[in-house]
Design a protein around this ligand. Structure first.
Ligand code: ADP
Ligand code: MG
Length: 429
């Protein structure tokens, strides 16, 4: 009677210990597996770190890169978001940083610009101590808005030119400038991305889109307005019509200081597509007939204007939006150039950008002397700086790379001086 019982007990005990054993083994195995995995992960992380370190060491700027990363890890980021309010300014000054591109990366360029918030920008300038140790000099600037490399043209437009669309419907003059060194993104911002894949509209087309939307709106329909455009460039002292085979045009000033560009083509437009065609035509014209298309177009100012006229009386101008892709502001190279033309170009560009700054500052101090005759550029834009209802925005473009550091600082200092008064007296509310 006991036997089967004992057998049963023994087998139960055996089974139980087997079960226990297998559970322990399983546990151990699991621990071991985890350990191996952990080690593997550690090894991977270590290898990656070493590889990054080597990669950075291969980059002549690896120490600089590490210092900038450290700086960025120590601060908080709160960039501009599309929910941020749009402020009303007489003069708006904003900065846009473009992303590093393929050719920058090939040149082992590194990004020395940090945009921590919606209106601040920091340039990390590499410096050497007397004992040759490297350090960063961090230059901080504040503007109305700072756009980081992730901002789209649409976002830039929303906080710069878009608030001025109202101005032209209210019978005023609105002006938007793209300022900066060659290659910093002026044309990309104003004309849009012409690359066929992921085409992005620029500020010319975005402005035109809103104008066509507003012209039929309840608010402005009764004005019975029509839209037309002109597109011209100023190269040294020459004004050429980009919608008429680069015909050279004369500038006349009447007794009342009214400035006129004689014979400038003004094309009526009925849709955004028609505007896009004009932009394409004008930009092709701008680049044509030069030995180096890229170089020459960067040495001229391109001025795209959108006019609102009364349909009943087209001679009567209601409002005007001027959008300007300025000549590259880079200095230095020209001064030492052996070519007389290049030196002449350089000094002319310099002069026009200085006059521009003075005229914008005069706009902020209503009634102040307006030195618009200081250059062809400010002469043809005279309307933008006078009048009861003139508003301006400037987008200063910067390239992110360390090789552009000096030009970037020059651009920001210029933009800062344009803003001084804009930020103070120039506020509407
Ligand atoms: P600029 O007119 O100031 O000389 P570009 O607009 O021609 O400069 O820009 C130089 C290069 O950088 C172009 O290849 C352009 O497509 C590219 N680029 C400029 N801004 C941006 C941006 N925000 N995003 C992507 N690429 C850009
Ligand atoms: Mg350009």
């Amino acid at each position: 009677k006991h036997l089967p019982n004992t057998t049963t007990n023994r087998s139960v005990i055996e089974n139980l210990s087997k079960f226990k054993e297998s559970a322990t083994v399983k546990k151990l195995n699991k621990l071991e597996k985890n350990r191996i995995e952990r080690r593997k992960k550690h090894a991977e992380v270590k290898a990656e770190k070493e590889e990054n370190f080597k990669k950075n060491q291969n980059n002549p700027h690896w120490e600089l890169m590490n210092m900038i990363t450290q700086y960025q890890n120590s601060i908080e980021f709160k960039p501009l978001s599309s929910r941020d309010i749009i402020e009303e300014h007489l003069i708006t000054v904003a900065v846009r940083k473009r992303p590093l591109n393929h050719s920058d990366i090939q040149k082992k360029e590194i990004d020395i610009i940090t945009i921590p918030s919606k209106n601040q920008i920091i340039i990390h300038e590499p410096k050497l101590k007397v004992d040759l140790t490297k350090y960063l000099e961090n230059h901080a600037f504040t503007f109305d808005y700072t756009f980081n490399e992730n901002c789209t043209n649409e976002m830039v437009y929303k906080y710069s030119a878009q608030p001025l669309v109202r101005t032209v419907f209210e019978g005023g003059f609105a002006t938007c400038f793209a300022y900066g060194q060659t290659g910093s993104g002026k044309t990309f911002t104003m004309s849009g991305n012409s690359a066929d894949s992921n085409r992005e509209k620029g500020i010319y087309a975005l402005t035109a889109t809103d104008i066509f939307k507003e012209i039929v709106s309840v608010k402005y329909k009764h004005l019975n307005l029509m839209v037309s455009c002109s597109f011209f460039e100023i190269y040294v002292k020459k004004v050429s019509d980009l919608l008429n085979g680069k015909k050279v045009l004369k500038i006349l000033e009447d007794g009342k200081q009214q400035v006129q560009i004689v014979g400038l083509t003004e094309k009526c437009v009925n849709s955004v597509d028609e505007v896009l065609q004009l932009i394409k035509l004008g930009n092709e014209e701008r680049a044509s007939g030069q030995t180096s298309a890229n170089l020459n177009s960067s040495r001229s100012h391109a001025i795209f204007q959108i006019y609102l006229r009364s349909t009943a009386n087209p001679k009567k101008l209601h409002g005007k939006f001027s959008l300007i892709d300025l000549a590259g502001n880079e200095r230095g190279a020209d001064t030492f150039s052996s070519s007389k033309i290049t030196r002449l170009e350089g000094s002319e560009i310099n002069q026009s950008l200085l006059s521009l700054k003075e005229c914008i500052r005069a706009l902020a101090r209503k009634g102040a002397h307006l030195p618009f005759r200081g250059s062809k550029l400010t002469q043809v834009l005279r309307d933008s700086f006078v009048g009861a209802n003139s508003k301006t925005c400037m987008i200063a473009m910067v390239s992110p790379g360390v090789n552009s550091c000096e030009n970037t600082l020059n651009t920001l200092r210029y933009a800062d001086r344009v803003k001084e008064l804009g930020g103070g007296d120039g506020h509407l509310n």
